[in-house]
Design a protein around this ligand. Structure first.
Ligand code: ADE
Length: 240
């Protein structure tokens, strides 16, 4: 899968993505990660990319021309018009479902804004998806782009090794993941739950499912309504 990240800070994005699992997948060619410096496409002799907003107001806006130039350079090179995600707190919330859906795309462009945002006219022409990573405001779209590239990439087949691709993850079926334990059997006086040492797979499965339900109820009750619990599980939950 090919990612093209349009940004004023290409080193920040590439440095953040070069490590660990995503870095390895890029090295083996499963992923192509490319940051395009918007400033390189400014037609201004000083490579200026921002200006004051019409109508007044605080801060500077990224101008349409260099953003469009950077976008066009990708489109012309690859000969296609992929989906283009604009990272913005005004977008819809990014979810695990989005990560899975975007992972089906052969190419994806991510557009990172800075300063007070980007001239609306170029967004109208290039952005296909307006996406936020949460209800808070960051200084730029680079961290959100990195978050999205990470979450999408791990859904691309082969990016996670067998060791890393668990059969169950948080948000699967709208439940959070159950608690996990490794060696030693006792640490700080806390024992690993007996069932996990029992070797009884059916009981372990039941215990994990129940722990997922309890954890979701406690930490993310908003998710539980969509978790599709069986009648038996709902009955059990009333009793705990
Ligand atoms: N840019 C600034 N804040 C953001 C957020 N919360 N999500 C996506 N892009 C952003």
């Amino acid at each position: 899968m090919n990612f093209y990240i349009l940004t004023l800070f290409p080193e920040m994005v590439m440095d953040g993505l070069r490590t660990s699992i995503i870095g390895r997948a890029a090295e083996t060619g499963l992923l192509h990660l490319e940051a395009i410096n918007i400033r390189d496409y400014s037609d201004n002799k000083h490579h200026k990319v921002d200006d004051y907003p019409y109508g007044g107001g605080a801060g500077m806006l990224m101008q349409a021309q260099p953003v469009y130039g950077a976008y066009q350079s990708v489109i012309e090179r690859i000969g296609r018009k992929p989906r283009c995600i604009y990272a913005t707190p005004q977008g819809r919330a990014f979810t695990q479902k989005d990560a899975k859906d975007f992972a089906q795309e052969p190419d994806l462009i991510l557009l990172c804004g800075h300063y007070e945002g980007i001239d609306e006219r170029v967004l109208e022409e290039v952005a296909t998806d307006y996406i936020s990573i949460g209800d808070y405001v960051l200084t730029g779209g680079e961290l959100p782009a990195m978050v999205m590239v990470d979450a999408i990439s791990r859904m691309v087949p082969g990016v996670l090794g067998n060791q890393e691709s668990g059969s169950f993850e948080s948000f699967e079926g709208n439940l959070l993941e159950y608690p996990q334990y490794s060696r030693p059997e006792e640490w700080h006086g806390k024992k690993v739950p007996d069932v996990l040492l029992s070797g009884h797979h059916k009981n372990i499965e039941t215990w994990r499912r129940q722990q997922s339900i309890l954890r979701t109820k406690e930490r993310r009750p908003d998710l539980l309504a969509q978790a599709g619990l069986t009648a038996k599980e709902q009955e059990w939950l009333k009793g705990v």
